[in-house]
Ligand binder design. Structure first.
Ligand SMILES: [Zn+2]
Length: 164
């Protein structure tokens, strides 16, 4: 997890569980109080504004907010609270998400990202809970280091269809 200046300010550990994806989040240097957290659609954390991460992960086309009647986004998470020293040590559950394959996967495509907000997510306002600016971002990518490769077209197949 990195702040707008590119400094590492913590870690996020993601674990597959029967209920979704468990997120163990440890951060430092925050303003004491509540901060919104959400999984965003692109694994691209370019500071200082982290707009590169895209919108909240929302494969179902629902509304934003854990308290919204037509929500939430798949990527919506509860707020975390930074203590008086600016530290966060939280365990969150991303219900419905997975680290396996599929449209609800956090590793779909190039991956996704985890973004922490300046302010508290109110759980109902569109599109992001009125939570101020993006202050911390971490890219969520497969740690296997094995990118699936596309099968190249076999040129001999094309030749087989030609008359000599
Ligand atoms: Zn959302």
């Amino acid at each position: 997890m990195y702040n707008a200046s590119g400094d590492m300010v913590g870690t996020a550990q993601l674990t597959e569980s029967p209920d979704g994806v468990e997120v163990k989040l440890k951060l430092e240097g925050l303003t004491p109080g509540f901060h919104g957290v959400a999984v965003h659609e692109f694994a691209k954390c370019e500071g200082p504004d982290f707009k590169s991460a895209g919108n909240h992960l929302n494969p179902e086309g629902t509304e934003h907010g854990l308290m919204h009647p037509e929500g939430p986004h798949l990527g919506d998470l509860p707020n975390v609270e930074a203590d008086s020293d600016g530290l966060v040590d939280a365990e969150l559950m991303l219900s419905g998400g997975t680290l396996k394959e599929g449209k609800d996967s956090l590793l779909r495509g190039e991956g996704t990202s985890l973004v922490v907000m300046e302010l508290q997510d109110d759980g109902v306002s569109q599109p992001g809970g009125n939570a101020g600016t993006r202050i911390i971002c971490g890219e969520i990518k497969s740690g296997k280091g094995e990118e699936p490769t596309e099968s190249p077209t076999d040129p001999t197949e094309l030749n087989d269809t030609q008359d000599d």
